[in-house]
Design a protein around this ligand. Sequence first.
Ligand code: SAM
Length: 368
Amino acid sequence: MSLIETLSQTRDLPDTELTALLTTDKFDQELFRRADERRREFYGTDVYLRGLIELTNYCKNDCFYCGIRYSNARLERYRLSLDTILNCCNTGYELGYRTFVLQGGEDPFFNDDRLVEIVSAIRTHLSQKHLADCAITLSLGERSRESYQKLFDAGANRYLLRHETADAEHYAKLHPESMSLEYRKECLWMLKEIGYQVGTGFMVGSPFQTMECLIADLRFLQQLKPSMIGIGPFLVHRDTPFNEYPNGSLSLTLRLIAILRLMFPYALIPATTALGTIDPQGRELGLRAGANVVMPNLSPVEVRKKYELYNNKIHTDKEAAENKALLASSVAAAGYAIVTNIGNVKPDCPNDGHSQCAGHSQCVDAMY
Ligand code: SAM
C-alpha cells in the first residue's frame, strides 16, 4: 500500500514517513487527489463561510511575528463599539453568513463584563429577528477558565486559539517570556471541557521552525482532536522583530492541509487569509488540497487596513464579505460551492468515512 493510502486508511504514519511526505513534491499529486476525495466523502463540495469581525487591534502581548503586537507603536489602534458589531452581524446575516467570528488582540478593555454584554446582545439581536441558526465564534486569545465559561454561558459556541507551535523551545523563540505553550495548551483543553467547538492550528514556516516542530504539531492535534484546524504561512510584517525573515511556503502549507485532511477527515479546515495573501490563487489551491471553510472579512471597511497582522494582508476583492458573489464564482471555478448554513463540524465515525453516522459515542465525542 502506498504511504498516502496508509495515511488515508489509518489516519496516521510514523514520523519518518510524515517527514518524507513533507519534504518532497513527488507525492503531491496523489496526496492532493486523495485529500480531495476524503473531504468529498465527509463534506461533499460544500464550502462553509465564516464572517470575520476584527473587534480590536489593541494587544497586551508582544508576539515577535505579529503586526498588532504591543510594541508596534506605528499602528493606529481601534476598537469596535457594540452597535458597530451588531451592524456587522446584520449585514453578514443578510449576505448569508451564519457564523460570526469575533477576533482580536488580547485587549484588557474587553473584560468579561463587556464581552458577555456583546455576546448576549448578538444572541438577543439574532433571536429577536428569528435568526437563531447562527454560531458565535470567539478568537480572543488566552483567558481564564471562568472567563471562557461566562462567555459560553452568554451564548458563544466556538473558540479559535491557535497553539502556534507545539514545540516548547520553538514557542519560546516566537514569544516573550511572559507567554507559555503550557498555558496555551491548557486553555485549549479548558475550552473543550466547557463544551466549545474548538479550533487550533499553527503557522507554517515561522522563523526557527523545523520538521520536528511540524511533526510535534501533528502529534498535538492527534491528542486534542479539534473541530477546526487553521494553518497558514508565516508572513513577514515590517514593524516586528522578525522583519527580515522569509515568508513561509505556499507548497508546504498546501501539503500540510492535505495531510491534515487525511489525518482528521471530519475536521473543518479553513483556506486562510494568509494563504490568499501569499498567492492570489492560494485560497482556491487550499480548497483543492482539502480545505472546506473560508472566512471573509466582515469588519467595517475603514478598520480593515488597521488589522494588519502581516504585510499586504488582503481585505478587498474576494476577501471582503460583501463581495460574496466574487468569492462564490472563484470557489465554483475550483470545483466547490459556498453554502448558507451554520457549518458545524461533521461527526467523526469509527466506521471510517460514513459522514451520516449518528449515535456512536466516538462520533458524538469528536464533535466537541
Ligand atoms: N489574539 C488572538 C490569539 O492569540 O489567538 C487572536 C488574534 S491573532 C492576531 C490571530 C492569528 O494570527 C494568530 O493565531 C497567528 O497564528 C496569526 N498571525 C499573527 N501574525 C502572523 C504572521 N506574521 N503571519 C501569519 N500569521 C500570523
